[in-house]
Design a protein around this ligand. Structure first.
Ligand code: UDX
Ligand code: UDX
Length: 429
C-alpha cells in the first residue's frame, strides 16, 4: 500500500520503518524541514535502537518530505503521528492535529483511510470527523480510524513488531476500515481489539494510567519498606509472581518520566474533571510521582547533611535507558534540585544531552569514569546497562566520599558494599 505518515517523531519514524519492512511504500512527512533534510541524507535525528538500520534497509520504500499535499495525493492510507503535547491546564493541545486535518480537508481528492495514532483524548476522532464534514468534505471520501500505539521508547521497533494487541477504533457505519487495517498489519500475530473511537482512545489512556499506577504503587511501598527494613525487590518479586498482579512495572525508583505517562495521566484527570468525575486514584499516582524525587533527596541529605559546593555526580540524563529522550526526565529534575541546593553537579549519559538552557547548572562529561572523580556522592538516575555495570573498584579509588545512591535499584548492593562503599537504594531496607 502507499501510506502517508504525518509526523516524523519517535512514533512516526518507528511506524515508517516497520511498515516499510512489511513491504508498504511509505511517504513520511514532517513540518520540520531540518529534520526532513537530515532524514533525506540518511541521518536519523533521534536515538532509538535498530531504527536507523531499519530505515536504511528499507530506504527504497521510504521517502521523506515536507510536502504534505503531495504525499496525501499519492496515498490511500494516512497515519497521523504528530505531537499532542500538554497545555498549561493539563488538557491536550490538539492544534497540530487540527492543522493536519485542515490540510487533509483542502487536499482530499480520492478516498482515504485516515488513521490517528497520536494519543488523543476521547471524542477527538469524532471531533476530527465533524471538522472534515464542516469543511465540506463528503463523508464518502474518507473514514477515520483510531489506532493508538503502545510502543516504549528504547524498544520501539521490537514493540511494534511484537505488540501485545492492535487496537482499532472505528465509526459504527464504517464497513471498510477494519479490513484495510488488518491488511496493513497482516504480518503481526497479535490479537486485534476492534471497538469504537472513544473505546480505542480510552484504552490508550487507561493503559498508560494503569502502568503509572503500578509504578507509583511500588514507590509508595518502597517508602514503607525503608522504615521496616524490608527489601522492595523481594516485595516486588512476591507481588509479581501472582499472575493477577504480574512482575512488570514494579521497579521502584525516583519516579516515572517521559513524553507519555505524565502527559497522559494529566489529560485523563482533565477529561474526567470536565465531566465532574473525581479521580482520587489518578491524583494519588501523580502525587506520589511528583514527591518521589524529594523523598530520595532526603536520603542523600541524611548521609550528606550539607551539599553546598559539594561535587555530586548524577549518572543518567535520559528519562529511561536506551533512548536520548529527556522529556519529563526525573534525572534532569534531580540535577535541577541538586543545583538549587547549591551542589556542584556533574553528570554523564551515553546518548542524551542536557538541554542548552540547563548547561549552566551541571557539567556533562563525555566519559563515565571522569564524571565521578572526587565526587562526594554518586547517584544512579537512569538505569543504562553501562551505568548498572560500573567498575566499583575504580569508583572507590576515585570518589572523595563513599555514598552510592541507587535511584533505580539497578546495581548490585553486595558488590558495592564489598568495596567499602555506602549503598542506599529505594526501599531496599
Ligand atoms: C507523538 C505524540 O506526541 C504522542 O502523544 C503520541 O502518543 C505519539 O506520537 P512522538 O512521536 O514522541 O509522540 O512526538 P514527537 O517526537 O514530538 O514527533 C511529532 C512530530 O510531528 C515532530 O517531528 C513534529 O515536527 C511533527 N509535526 C508536528 C508535523 O509534522 N506537523 C505538525 O503540524 C506538528
Ligand atoms: C510508555 C508506555 O510503556 C508505552 O506503552 C506507551 O506507548 C508510551 O509510554 P515510555 O514512556 O517510552 O512508554 O517508557 P516506559 O518504559 O513505560 O517508562 C516510563 C517511565 O517509567 C520511565 O521514566 C521509567 O524509568 C519508569 N519506570 C518504568 C519505573 O520507574 N518503573 C518501572 O517498573 C517501569
Amino acid at each position: 500500500m502507499n501510506i502517508c505518515i504525518i509526523g516524523a517523531g519517535y512514533v512516526g519514524l518507528t511506524t515508517s520503518a516497520v511498515l516499510a519492512e512489511f513491504g508498504h511504500l511509505i511517504h513520511c512527512v514532517d513540518i520540520n524541514s531540518d529534520k526532513i533534510k537530515k532524514l533525506q541524507e540518511g541521518n536519523v535525528p533521534i536515538y532509538e535502537p535498530q531504527l536507523k538500520e531499519l530505515i536504511c534497509k528499507n530506504s527504497d520504500k521510504i521517502t521523506f518530505s515536507t510536502n504534505l499535499p503531495d504525499s496525501i495525493q499519492r496515498c490511500t492510507v494516512i497515519f497521523v503521528t504528530v505531537g499532542t503535547p500538554s497545555l498549561i491546564d493539563g488538557s491536550t493541545d490538539l492544534s497540530f492535529l487540527q492543522s493536519v486535518f485542515t490540510t487533509i480537508a483542502q487536499h482530499l481528492q480520492s478516498y482515504k483511510t485516515i488513521i490517528i495514532k497520536s494519543t488523543v483524548p476521547p471524542g477527538t476522532n469524532q471531533k476530527m470527523h465533524q471538522y472534515l464534514l464542516a469543511k465540506g468534505v463528503s463523508p464518502f471520501m474518507y473514514n477515520i480510524v483510531s489506532n493508538p500505539e503502545f510502543l516504549r521508547e528504547g524498544s520501539a521497533i521490537n514493540d511494534m513488531f511484537h505488540p501485545d494487541r492492535t487496537v482499532i477504533g472505528i465509526a459504527e457505519d464504517d464497513k471498510r476500515s477494519e479490513v484495510i487495517i488488518r491488511d496493513i498489519y497482516q504480518s503481526l500475530s497479535s490479537p486485534f481489539i476492534v471497538t469504537s473511537w472513544n473505546g480505542a482512545e480510552m484504552i490508550k489512556y487507561a493503559s498508560n494510567a494503569f502502568l503509572a499506577t503500578k509504578i507509583s504503587f511500588i514507590n509508595e511501598i518502597a517508602r514503607i519498606c525503608d522504615f521496616y527494613g524490608a527489601d522492595v525487590l523481594d516485595v516486588a518479586k512476591g507481588l509479581g509472581t501472582d499472575p493477577r498482579i504480574g512482575p512488570l512495572f514494579l521497579q521502584a525508583g525516583i519516579g516515572y518520566g517521559g513524553s507519555c505517562f505524565p502527559k497522559d495521566l494529566q489529560a485523563l484527570q482533565h477529561i474526567a474533571a470536565a465531566k465532574l468525575v473525581k479521580t482520587p486514584i489518578l491524583d494519588a499516582v501523580h502525587e506520589v510521582n511528583s514527591t518521589q524525587l524529594e523523598w530520595n533527596i532526603k536520603k542523600l541529605q541524611e548521609e550528606l547533611p550539607s551539599i553546598l559546593d559539594k561535587k555530586v555526580t548524577v549518572l543518567g540524563i535520559a528519562f529511561k535507558p536506551n533512548t536520548d529522550d529527556i522529556r519529563h526526565s526525573p534525572a534532569i529534575a534531580l540535577i535541577q534540585q541538586l543545583h538549587s541546593l547549591g551542589a556542584d553537579v556533574h553528570t554523564y549519559d551515553p546518548k542524551a544531552f542536557l538541554p542548552a538552557d540547563l548547561r549552566h547548572i551541571a557539567t556533562q562529561h563525555k566519559s563515565l569514569k571522569s564524571s565521578y572523580i572526587d565526587s562526594e556522592a554518586v547517584i544512579i538516575a537512569t538505569d543504562w546497562p553501562e551505568i548498572c555495570q560500573l567498575d566499583w573498584k575504580h569508583v572507590k579509588a576515585h570518589i572523595k566520599g563513599n555514598l552510592i545512591l541507587d535511584g533505580r535499584n539497578c546495581i548490585n548492593r553486595e558488590e558495592v558494599l564489598g568495596f567499602g562503599l555506602n549503598y542506599k537504594g529505594v526501599g531496599r531496607g
